[in-house]
Design a protein around this ligand. Structure first.
Ligand SMILES: Cc1cc2nc3c(=O)[nH]c(=O)nc-3n(C[C@H](O)[C@H](O)[C@H](O)COP(=O)(O)OP(=O)(O)OC[C@H]3O[C@@H](n4cnc5c(N)ncnc54)[C@H](O)[C@@H]3O)c2cc1C
Length: 377
């Protein structure tokens, strides 16, 4: 059966591709989604689902703030399976130095209109009584949330279908030329734009883009009485994200509506293997137990890994590819792809329509890497 030409081919049905398919189809484009495996079978199926504002870079602060607002506006339309829950994020300061960092974030947040609450040491234990004694305080971000990413991706794709998007599973894009894509059975489909949302596999189609896998482990406990109510993250988490070390771990604990706790997180460079590495799991669990000692008595029911699509500067890649006309890249979201899925989709579709977005796209354009290469040569 041959597939008719379309306006937009979306390459990959992870959460980013599904959100793009929805927003593009809703805007009136004829959309085709191509996915070699199943919906959310890539990194999305391995993610934690924390929806959060990140403030360590002005561009990413603006983008994540907008993204969280979009999720919040969407919340009442999401089905129960997505389990959107406003847990808030409780950033933990282990010592006075980190408490000063929390204070600075709070003051800066107030200037920027970011809703945060500075939490004293005593206040911390009122919020989370089971944390280990001796912590210096923290920063509460009450509007952060959590979702179940595979269900969110499926919902976005169902919305896309409602606007007549077509979905082809079990087929892969193998080539993109200006205004046509070729699938792995040699079928060619004409299109105006290919939205490249193939996560860690983007380089198979655009080798020049520096998107590489950054491995992460997660563990989940058995069901039981909830031990924490907020997503509890140590303030040192941002250092683990920026770290060049072969293995970096940080305490990141998420309460699930089932009473389970999802425990992260680890980051590894230089590996494409998705095997569970027990030495990394031990470091990650030890870090979580260091902050929440009662975890030591909890049964872990499953441990898994995923590959985050990372970039050298830690920013996602959003924008048209100058070398291959007709390709618009939406990838490289590292540990923020769930948070940024809807915002990235809106940004892309607004750009295609020539409509303004509340966020400027320039810091995220793919050509920034080309400029770096030119500057070095
Ligand atoms: C351990 C871990 C924890 C995380 N926690 C969070 C979190 O709490 N919050 C958050 O915001 N983010 C989190 N992330 C990051 C988030 O999961 C990713 O950024 C996001 O899932 C990326 O989505 P994607 O759609 O770009 O990629 P993917 O989900 O990988 O989807 C890409 C799809 O493209 C398909 N594909 C590949 N090649 C082709 C081709 N040639 N043609 C067509 N299709 C193709 C693949 O099969 C795949 O389904 C976490 C990630 C990990 C690993």
């Amino acid at each position: 059966m041959s597939i008719p030409n379309v306006d937009i081919v979306v390459a990959g049905a992870g959460i980013v591709g599904c959100a793009c398919a929805w927003k593009a189809a809703e805007a009136g484009f004829r959309v085709l989604v191509v996915e070699p495996r199943d919906v959310a079978s890539g990194t999305t199926g391995a993610a934690m689902g924390h929806i959060l504002v990140v403030d360590d870079n002005p561009s990413i602060f603006r983008l994540t703030s907008w993204a969280c607002r979009l999720w919040s506006e969407l919340a009442s339309r999401l089905p129960p399976s997505v389990a959107y829950t406003r847990t808030g994020t409780l950033w933990i300061a282990s010592n006075e130095e980190q408490y000063v960092t929390a204070k600075k974030k709070h003051i800066q947040g107030q200037r920027l209109g970011w809703n945060t609450e500075l939490v004293s040491s005593q206040g911390l234990y009122e919020l989370e009584p089971l944390l280990r004694p001796g912590l210096a305080g923290g920063l509460l971000v009450p509007e952060d949330a959590v979702v179940y990413p595979p269900a969110a991706a499926s919902f976005f794709l169902a919305m896309a279908r409602r606007y007549q998007a077509r979905v082809v599973l079990g087929r892969r894009l193998v080539k993109i030329t200006p205004h046509a894509v070729t699938l792995d059975d040699n079928e060619q489909i004409g299109m105006q734009w290919c939205l490249l949302t193939s996560g860690c596999e983007v380089r198979q189609l655009l080798p020049e883009l520096p998107i590489f896998p950054r491995k992460g482990h997660l563990a989940i406990t058995d069901r039981g009485a909830p031990l924490v109510r907020h997503q509890v993250v140590e303030l040192g988490y941002h250092e683990s994200v920026r770290s060049d070390a072969p293995v970096a771990v940080a305490c990141n604990i998420q309460p699930r509506p089932t009473g389970q706790l999802l425990i992260g997180s680890s980051r590894q460079h230089g590996t494409q293997s998705t095997d569970v590495e027990w030495s990394v799991v031990r470091q990650m669990l030890a870090r979580a137990i260091h902050f929440l000692p009662c975890l030591a008595g909890q049964a872990i029911t499953r441990i898994w890994t995923g590959l985050r699509p990372a970039t050298p500067d830690g920013l996602p890649v959003l924008g048209p590819c100058r070398q291959t006309p007709g390709v618009f890249v939406i990838a490289g979201h590292e540990g923020l792809g769930v948070t940024l899925s809807v915002a990235s989709a809106e940004l892309a579709v607004n750009w295609l329509l020539g409509k303004p977005s509340p966020i400027v796209i320039e810091p995220f354009l793919p050509e920034r890497f080309q400029q770096q290469v030119s500057a070095l040569s």
